[in-house]
Design a protein around this ligand. Structure first.
Ligand code: JF5
Length: 221
């Protein structure tokens, strides 16, 4: 998969995408990730990317010209252009699965008061939000989506790592996990998990997952 990112803060992207599974996917040639500075598509001395809103009011709006030129130079026939903003539809695991089968993604990471509406109308295929809060810019949301999508690219997940996904696709929260020691600072691992009775273990885990989901995320039930 190829992923391009258009941002005003390319420095943000070194770190999170250079470690762990995303780094592995890049080194294995399964993910070709490129970060671009939106200012590279300006033509004036000051590399202007924003301007005052028509109609007045506080804040600034990203000018359409650099974004149009950047998208026109980076996107092809098969590109899905994704914009991150609090006004987008909520990003979910189902959307991550959908994006993971695309050939080419192009992310727009906004900032200030947001984008000129004509960018949405003419360029954007998908507008996504990672939650109901406002961030200073779309860099972190873009990295969240890239992380969630990358682990779903065929060949990236090794078998051991795929288990967590299974349970998410069942629509419930994960059951509690334990490892050794069986007793730690007076806190004991539930007896059933040490019983070797796999039917009982599966039953306990299913109950715990349901209980947890009911308590913490009734909206999922
Ligand atoms: C952004 C205008 C983009 O704040 C966000 C965001 C929150 N949830 N999902 C995305 O993105 C940055 C802020 C203002 C456009």
């Amino acid at each position: 998969m190829k992923i391009d990112v258009l941002t005003l803060f390319p420095e943000m992207f070194s770190g999170p995408l250079d470690v762990s599974m995303v780094a592995r996917a890049r080194k294995a040639g399964l993910l070709d990730l490129r970060i671009h500075n939106l200012r590279d598509w300006t033509h004036d001395r000051h590399k202007t990317v924003d301007d005052r809103p028509f109609g007045g009011g506080p804040g600034m709006v990203l000018k359409p010209e650099p974004i149009f030129e950047a998208v026109e130079s980076l996107a092809g026939e098969k590109t899905r252009v994704v914009m991150m903003a609090p006004t987008g539809r909520p990003f979910t695991q189902a959307i991550a699965r959908e994006l993971a089968v695309e050939e080419h993604l192009l992310f727009l990471s906004g900032s200030y008061e947001g984008y000129d509406e004509r960018v949405r109308e003419a360029l954007v295929d998908d507008e996504l939000s990672i939650g109901d809060y406002v961030l200073t810019n779309g860099g972190l949301p873009v990295m969240v989506v890239i992380d969630a999508v990358t682990r779903l690219i065929p060949g990236v997940l090794v078998h051991d790592e795929s288990e967590l996904d299974e349970s998410f696709s069942h629509g419930l929260l994960e059951y509690p996990h334990y490892t050794r020691p069986a007793e730690f600072r007076g806190m004991k691992v539930p007896e059933v998990l040490q019983s070797g009775n796999h039917a009982e273990i599966a039953k306990w885990r299913a109950e715990q997952a349901k209980l947890r989901t009911k308590e913490r995320r009734p909206d999922l039930m």
